[in-house]
Design a protein around this ligand. Structure first.
Ligand code: NIG
Ligand code: FE
Length: 413
């Protein structure tokens, strides 16, 4: 079926070809004012300015939709989330308000271990239902593709349970979903004094099943003081590579301990978080093919210094923006807020923020051939906004919901 959409006020991020944007290129966001868009069987077939429509399409398709001044953006590509989790952790949120730090809460058995205990007690069906609701919520907020991690299992049984839930989400959602195995999120209580034992469990017991059942696309490690060292990360990622999993890694959230250099050496698709970066770290990632994924809502929620977006961009880095949606450090997956926050607190330009949350986010989970921009041949995964006076108005009016509707594969959800 063909659908022609006419009178689009701003058609945002229109591109003729795919390109990962780094440095200064991030500030260029192609926009067609007063545009049309043609969709054929859920795929973008053509687009251009309205004044060219009669010339380019003498016979209009039967199904014409007048956007009537609404604007259209490609759906957000959220390349780093942990939306499969059980329950919530607002008790820790209150503890933090009272003065405890993230590290102190983790040391008391809270944090990731708290979520692991809740997840172990949750059935696969119940976990699916809770995760499905979150997925629906963020789909309505404009997210069209998403990466989802395991990592609250920390045992063979529970890690596989999480990954099987992600597989079911993949099968049942119109969203494009990538799965990441994050068995190395923290050490479970029983292996607190036996790190090698847990790493062996990951390599010998978890990875073979994950490979056999094709449960993951990527492997992740939380490389951090008190969690996994760069050397432990290397060992785990090498085993992951043998199971066909490329690395996408949690790096430099709290400390700079050589994680960036190790991630670049491992040819990680992305190094994510980056709150704590030295000048050498910035140079190292900027000179590499690894995408730096910034998670400003995690810094916001934990009251930490924001990621040095300006220095990264000025150094020529390819950066993406993602929500980190998880129960401990970012209990929200609202990419509209992520982009607003990146402008307000990290001094990213609205154009840079939108590029980082769409096309570069798509690259950060390798779905750039099907989504992330308005390009012929890509999926019609689109955000329709209410009438807005400019693109910058979106992050400027943070907290307001300007989304009128969301289209997935050419159909409104
Ligand atoms: O990306 N930092 C590691 N993992 C998550 C938070 C985990 C949690 O607190 O539940 C993150 O911020
Ligand atoms: Fe995370």
């Amino acid at each position: 079926m063909s659908t022609l959409i006419t009178n689009i006020e701003f058609l945002v991020n229109t591109r003729e070809s795919n390109e990962l944007l780094r440095g200064a290129a991030l500030a260029t966001l192609p926009v067609i004012e007063n545009a049309f868009l043609l969709i054929e069987d859920g795929i973008i077939e053509d687009f251009g300015p309205m004044h060219e429509l009669s010339m380019r399409m003498p016979d209009l398709p039967k199904h014409v939709l007048d956007a009537d001044g609404k604007s259209v953006l490609p759906c957000w590509c959220d390349s780093h989330t942990h939306i499969v989790f059980a329950g919530s952790r607002e008790n820790e949120f209150v503890d933090k308000i009272k003065g405890l730090s993230y590290a102190e809460i983790a040391a008391r058995g809270g944090g990731i271990l708290n979520s692991a205990a809740k997840l172990a007690a949750c059935s696969e069906d119940e976990l699916f239902e809770q995760s499905w609701k979150r997925l629906q919520e963020i789909n309505k907020l404009g997210t069209g593709s998403i990466e989802i991690k395991s990592g609250y299992g920390l045992s063979v049984e529970s890690e596989l349970k999480m990954l099987r839930v992600i597989k079911r989400l993949k099968q049942q959602s119109p969203m494009t979903i990538k799965a990441t195995f994050l068995g190395a999120h923290t050490y479970p209580q029983a292996y607190k004094e036996n790190h090698q034992g847990y790493i062996d469990l990951i390599i010998r017991e978890m990875l073979p099943v994950i490979a056999a059942e094709q449960l993951a696309d990527y492997i992740d490690v939380f490389c951090e003081t008190g969690f996994f060292s760069p050397m432990e990360m290397e060992t785990i990622c090498k085993a992951g590579a043998e199971a066909g999993l490329k690395p996408k890694l949690h790096i430099n959230q709290l400390n700079s301990i050589g994680g960036i250099q190790a991630a670049v050496k491992l040819k990680a698709v992305s190094a994510d978080h980056l709150e704590t970066m030295t000048e050498e770290d910035i140079k190292c990632i900027a000179d590499s093919d690894t995408i730096g994924t910034l998670l400003p809502t995690a810094a916001f929620f934990l009251r930490m210094a924001y990621q040095p977006a300006r220095q990264l961009i000025d150094a020529g880095c390819a950066i993406a923006l993602a929500s980190d949606y998880n129960p401990g450090s970012s209990p929200s997956g609202n990419m509209n807020f992520v982009t607003a926050l990146s402008c307000i607190q990290m001094k990213m330009l609205p154009e840079e923020a939108i590029n980082a949350a769409t096309i570069n986010g798509a690259y950060a989970m390798e779905v750039q051939d099907e989504t992330g921009s308005i390009m012929i041949g890509k999926k019609a995964n689109l955000i329709f906004t209410k009438p807005i006076p400019s693109i910058a108005y979106l992050p400027y009016t943070f907290g307001s919901n300007h989304i009128d509707s969301v289209m997935m594969n050419g159909r409104f959800i």
